[in-house]
Design a protein around this ligand. Structure first.
Ligand SMILES: Nc1ncnc2c1ncn2[C@@H]1O[C@H](COP(=O)(O)OP(=O)(O)O)[C@@H](O)[C@H]1O
Ligand SMILES: [Mg+2]
Length: 373
């Protein structure tokens, strides 16, 4: 029987929250009944980004922000639920990723932190809410990321082609799905997606993003700078691996720009765009995928898409060609992960995260806070 779930995703770009109502069934397996993007205003975005790198008074800045975000998440969930024409009781659960403010994988004391209180979302929506997906994977020895590959495989596997699904958010991650269903699915973060593009244009021109990649298109690739950027050890580290904005920050960029002091700003932006495309294509090439499908906000950056098409040997499209709009993929993945958890099924792929085993992910916050004897 078909079931309805809400997915909520707020990624490392801190641009806003994406909400979807997804119907999972047999034919078709997926239908999106409603979706909404609630953008964050510039001050809220600043406060989120301000928690992604270490600083003073973090806990006191985080606490109220976590509650504000939970209220925004809940309002977005209520809004899409109403748009879908469904009552709270018709939704099996909300899967809420939360807002990552720190991600430090690897080592015995690895941790990852997503905020946006699921108790409050359950309270405000009257819908069972599942959150905190990443920590269980980390507890099982994984990176806690990426968690979308199992969903990508469920929806996008094809018997004719080896497919790479590339999500270009603040950080970019790829999922490589072999046409051979018994082959393990590879999935990992390739490095920066939009994070440096956003950060550099924000600092230089005061804009939130490089709309359609127009600024990068006015610049030229600076080959020596690209070489310096590509020397970053993360790019040649074998998977499983994941990273975050605390690593690929403007401070990271500035250390490298110091070796190339006279590069015009638009050439820096063009080179950062190439960096994102080149690190993605290099990673995908190793998996022999012949089709590449892009999702996430980077799919709206024409310069980035042009670079991907120029560098990749196979076809490059967005996931719209597979029936799911690129900006809805991540939120839908968390709706799907909530469905997995509620069904007692695992959500992580050890081949992607490096966990010792597949695990049922997340914490379940029941719809009603009223204790029943
Ligand atoms: N029209 C556009 N032109 C250029 N870049 C865009 C556009 N729309 C979205 N983006 C980029 O995508 C980012 C948001 O992508 P998203 O998939 O939501 O990432 P995240 O999961 O990190 O929040 C924005 O910060 C911006 O860099
Ligand atoms: Mg986003």
């Amino acid at each position: 029987m078909a079931k309805h779930f809400i997915g909520l995703m707020s990624g490392t770009s801190a641009d806003g929250v994406d909400a979807v109502v997804a119907r999972f069934g047999d034919h078709p397996r997926l239908r999106i009944l409603a979706h909404h993007h609630e953008p964050y205003g510039a001050p809220l975005r600043e406060r989120i980004l301000g928690l992604m790198t270490p600083g003073a008074d973090e806990i006191d800045r985080m606490g109220p922000l976590e509650i504000e975000l939970a209220e925004i998440f809940a309002a977005a969930a209520n809004r899409v639920r109403r748009a879908a024409g469904l009552s709270p009781g018709a939704i099996s659960a909300i899967g809420s990723h939360g807002q990552t403010i720190r991600h430090r994988p690897g080592g015995p004391l690895a941790f990852t932190l997503q905020i946006g209180d699921p108790s409050r979302i359950a309270e405000r929506t009257g819908i069972t809410t599942i959150g905190d997906f990443r920590r269980r994977d980390m507890a099982a020895g994984g990176q806690g990321a990426p968690l979308v590959p199992a969903f990508h495989r469920w929806l996008f596997w094809d018997k004719e082609h080896d497919r790479a699904i590339v999500n270009i958010g603040g950080i970019a991650n790829v999922t490589c799905i072999s046409r051979d269903p018994s082959a393990p699915v590879a999935g990992f973060d390739t490095g920066p997606g939009n994070a440096l593009l956003d950060g550099f244009i924000r600092r230089t021109l005061g804009l939130a993003r490089d709309e359609a990649g127009a600024w990068a298109a006015r610049g030229h690739l600076h080959a020596p700078l690209l070489v310096t950027l590509l020397e970053e050890p993360y790019f040649s580290t074998p998977p499983p691996k994941s990273t975050g904005r605390e690593h690929f920050s403007l401070a990271w960029l500035d250390e490298r720009l110091a070796h190339h002091p006279d590069v015009p700003a638009e050439d820096i932006q063009a080179t950062l765009t190439r960096l994102t495309a080149a690190t993605i294509v290099t990673a995908v090439r190793e998996t022999h995928a012949d089709q590449l499908f892009v999702c996430g906000g980077g799919s709206a950056n024409d310069s980035l898409m042009r670079e991907l098409r120029a560098l990749f040997d196979g076809t490059v499209d967005t996931t719209a060609a597979l029936g799911l709009a690129p900006d809805l993929v991540e939120a839908t993945a968390f709706a799907w992960l909530a469905a997995q958890t509620l069904a007692g099924q695992p959500g992580n792929l050890p081949s992607a995260t490096g966990a010792a085993h597949a695990a049922v992910l997340g914490g379940i916050y029941p719809a009603t806070g009223t204790a029943r004897p």
